[in-house]
Design a protein around this ligand. Structure first.
Ligand code: MLT
Length: 426
């Protein structure tokens, strides 16, 4: 058996399976021919042990707390790049030159407006509709207004156009959803502003007065979007790739990603943090009591925003964003009991042996929830902000899958239902 082969023995027969090695020495057994040669399939509910693709986009090491986009650490990207540059990097594979970046900004800003008839569709939604449902519906509706660019195989220029349109229009649509929920007039984009500044103005500005852009808040949001921009084959990215594999248009693959992200087990986690803080506040705000409840195995209470499924020692995104959380709270001088409770929980948990031993450190959702709340975003918009950040990652994952000409995703199953039986006759 060669070093690059694994063997599976079943009922006296041995099958050689190639072992694929990644650039960071990750190993995977290639079972793509297993069924044809042995009649066996693998069973891995939830795909926790299954590599669905090779990928050059994002590297993540949960043990060591490493996250890199296209080989660059998120620490370096947050220090030296803006979200728009990171978007370019993820989608195109390299950081832009100054000239390429200027062109990219022009390509994006010329598409920030949304067809006026999309507003008519938008008008039909109730003001209290969940923003994620409205957002994914509006993204799907774009297919009706840009039918010339739906075919992912037709013309690479049309694919680029769709990519630019999505990046440009998502902030506009996201701000509409928020403005409607509070009964404010919808704001139009201002193309001379940067990507984040423009979004903040559409969210919090009013047509009747100037909007003062706060660089600390812009910087914090920029970094948060960078930190959410990709996370390899997570639920929504995998969804985007699966939908894209049917050769449906990029618009609907992204709409599917938004819907996948909506779930509380995925993008809804930072909203759950704020809801937990509200519960603690409503029951008297005693942080010590809830720390003890979290330690009690008999107590169903769980600390939201602590620990992470993938990061076993610390969440590298949380390390970066913590200082922005402090800067935003200092700047805004927030006097909010929920944020006081959050600070208390963070301090207690970071110094408590129980939490230290179990690696229950505050994760990115803990800090992002706090920052978004301090900035004035309502909790229902938190997942929308996650979607804005994740959009370039989804696009990069979709583009890679299409460039590799990957076949339609079609998992198999082990059937456990009734075997063939006679149809009952009277
Ligand atoms: C993410 O950033 O997508 C989340 O941490 C979830 C995940 O990676 O599974």
């Amino acid at each position: 058996m060669s070093e690059n082969t694994a063997q599976l023995t079943y009922q006296g027969n041995t099958y050689d399976l190639p072992v694929v090695k990644g650039s960071e020495d990750e190993l995977g057994v290639d079972i793509s021919k297993l069924r044809a040669t042995s009649g066996l399939i693998t069973l891995d509910v939830g795909f926790k042990n299954t590599g669905s693709t090779t990928s050059e986009v994002t590297f993540l090491d949960g043990e060591k707390g490493i996250l890199r986009y296209r080989g660059y650490s998120i620490e370096d990207l947050c220090e030296h790049s803006t979200f728009s540059e990171v978007a370019y990097l993820l989608i195109n594979g390299e950081l832009p030159t100054a000239q390429e970046f200027e062109q990219f900004k022009v390509d994006i800003s010329r598409h920030t407006l949304v067809h006026e008839n999309v507003r008519k569709i938008f008008d039909g939604f109730p003001a209290d509709a969940h923003p994620m449902g409205v957002l994914s519906s509006l993204v799907t509706s774009l297919t009706a207004f840009h039918p010339e660019s739906l075919d992912p195989n037709r013309d690479p220029k049309m694919v680029d156009l769709t990519i630019h349109r999505l990046i440009a229009k998502l902030p506009t649509l996201a701000s509409w959803v928020y403005k409607k929920s509070i009964g404010h007039p919808l704001m139009y984009p201002e193309n001379k502003l940067g990507y984040i500044e423009n979004f903040m103005k559409m969210m919090f500005g009013l047509p009747v007065e100037d909007y003062e852009i706060d660089p600390i808040l812009v910087d914090a949001l920029d970094k948060l979007l960078i930190l959410h921009a990709d996370h390899e084959q997570n639920c929504s990215a995998a969804t985007v790739r699966v939908v894209g594999s049917s050769q449906a248009s990029l618009y609907v693959a992204i709409a599917a990603g938004i819907n996948a992200l909506w779930g509380p087990l995925h993008g809804g986690a930072n909203q759950a943090v704020i809801e937990m803080l509200e519960d603690i506040h409503a029951s008297g705000g005693n942080v010590d009591k809830f720390i003890e409840k979290a330690k009690d195995p008999e107590d169903p209470f769980r600390l939201m925003g602590f620990g992470h499924r993938v990061y076993k020692n610390f969440d590298p995104r949380a390390k970066i964003i913590k200082k922005h959380a402090d800067a935003v709270l200092d700047k805004l001088g927030i006097n909010d009991p929920l944020l006081e409770i959050a600070k208390g929980l963070e301090e207690k948990a970071l110094n408590d042996e129980y939490f230290k031993a179990r690696k229950l450190y505050p994760n990115v959702d803990f800090y992002s929830g706090i920052i978004y709340k301090a900035m004035g975003f309502p909790t229902e918009m938190f997942t929308v902000l996650f979607a804005l950040g994740r959009l370039p990652g989804w696009i990069a994952q979709w583009k890679e899958s299409r460039n590799l000409n990957q076949p339609i995703s079609r998992p198999r199953q082990i059937y456990t239902g009734e075997v063939a039986r006679p149809y009952p006759t009277k």
